[in-house]
Design a protein around this ligand. Structure first.
Ligand code: G3H
Ligand code: ZN
Length: 284
């Protein structure tokens, strides 16, 4: 069942767990994540960066793959197809027109009033079509595809409250020290701000840069209002580890399925682990 994120995240916030956003790159990624969700009876968000959508052949190709798999695999749990870090109103509209059920507009690098204006335009278009919207304030560190940050800027709680009030978004990603890609040392998350922002906005919060955050910090984030956690790099690492192992030990391998299928199994296993850690298993 393809749905927006709205209900699944509000339920998660109420019941004290988080739904995972797992980014997809191709057919195998999508199969692995959907299989994990169905087996765990967990709601799931398929994250699609603009780069990944380009790689897969465009937004319409992404939705066609997801829809066909949901049907063929008899997936009954709630599934959202979500544009990750949408870079403009136009890109968000194109994703929605192609059948995405959720979008993130990331105007976090713009001045506050421009961020509000851009986000508001996306909300207007999305909500008229039953599509949910995530927005961001502050700066997530590291790099993911086209999204490159120099340094980390913590979101300002006052600005978060104002953005939510002025735009009517469904969930908010306040950057509070998390990083895309691996961490150098332990993450230093702004839990005080997290708690304040959730209390004052009553919205489900999103934690980007889920790879490499220790379980105790994950649990604490969930207890303070985080209801969506994005994981990308960890699945890439686990897939590539398995594929590399096979390719370097057996130099005769040329059939791609010989390393794609075990890589796909590794993603499924990783995603199941995350669902259990986030508490979303059996919450479909
Ligand atoms: O938007 C996607 C994420 O924030 C993923 O971050 O690659 O560090 O897991 P990650
Ligand atoms: Zn992100």
């Amino acid at each position: 069942a393809l749905v927006s994120m709205k209900e699944m995240l509000n339920k998660a916030l109420q019941e004290g767990y988080a739904v995972g956003q797992f980014n997809i790159n191709n057919l195998e990624w999508t199969q692995a994540i959907l299989a994990a969700a169905q087996e765990e009876q967990s709601p799931v968000i398929l994250g699609v960066s603009e780069g990944a959508a380009r790689y897969m052949g465009g937004f319409t190709v992404v939705t066609a793959i997801v829809k066909a798999l949901v049907e063929e695999m008899k997936v009954t749990v709630p599934v959202a197809i979500h544009l990750d870090h949408g870079s403009s109103v136009e890109k968000c509209k194109a994703a929605i027109d192609a059948g995405f059920t959720s979008v993130m507009i990331d105007a976090s690098h713009d001045p506050f009033d421009i961020n509000v204006k851009t986000t508001k335009a996306v909300v207007e278009y999305a909500h008229a079509r039953g599509v949910s919207v995530e927005a961001e304030l502050g700066t997530v560190g590291g790099q993911e595809d086209d999204v490159i940050a120099n340094g980390v800027i913590y979101a300002d709680p006052g600005e978060c409250v104002e953005l939510v009030k002025q735009t009517g978004i469904d969930c908010l990603a306040p950057a509070l020290g998390s990083v895309h890609g691996p961490y150098k040392g332990e993450p230093n998350l702004g839990f005080k701000e997290m708690e304040e922002i959730c209390k004052r906005t009553s919205l489900p919060l999103v934690l980007h840069g889920g790879t490499g955050i220790p379980t105790d910090q994950i649990k604490k984030s969930i207890s303070l209002g985080t209801a969506k956690i994005n994981v990308n790099t960890e699945n890439q690492i686990e897939f590539t580890k398995v594929a590399r192992q096979i390719l370097t030990t057996d130099l005769e391998v040329f059939d791609p399925r010989k390393f794609l299928a075990p890589g796909r199994d590794a993603i499924k296993k990783t995603v199941i682990g995350k669902m259990r850690e986030f508490g979303s298993s059996n919450k479909a």
